[in-house]
Unconditional design. Sequence first.
Length: 133
Amino acid sequence: MCRPARCGRGEADADAVVAIHADGAAAAGHGFHVALSDPPLNPAQEGPAHALGTALRDAFEAGGFAPADYIGHDGLSDRVDLAGLALATRPTALVECANMRNPDEAKLVSSPEGRQRYADVITKGILTFLGRP
């Protein structure tokens, strides 16, 4: 979460950074995944980022979302190729909420109700990570 005096300046004083995306895999693929830097290049990417990613994954599953069936393992995806994760100095995770090439998931992501469901689980995951469930 960004402290008001620092908002708009990247991750400077953030307690956590969550990038929110929707994937573009083959149309048959479905589900969410949370990408984390691997190998971690600094301490924020080790335990803290993994705890953030796990909290997000657990919130997605508790909210009724299934983990991706085309990437990662159990909703987590270790990535070496994403600069936003590899260069992060704060606990950082990238959430791929759904596969936009899957018609059912694209419909959910495109609806106000679906976006609210995603917002709710992401908020729950962040608050859990921050110790404020």
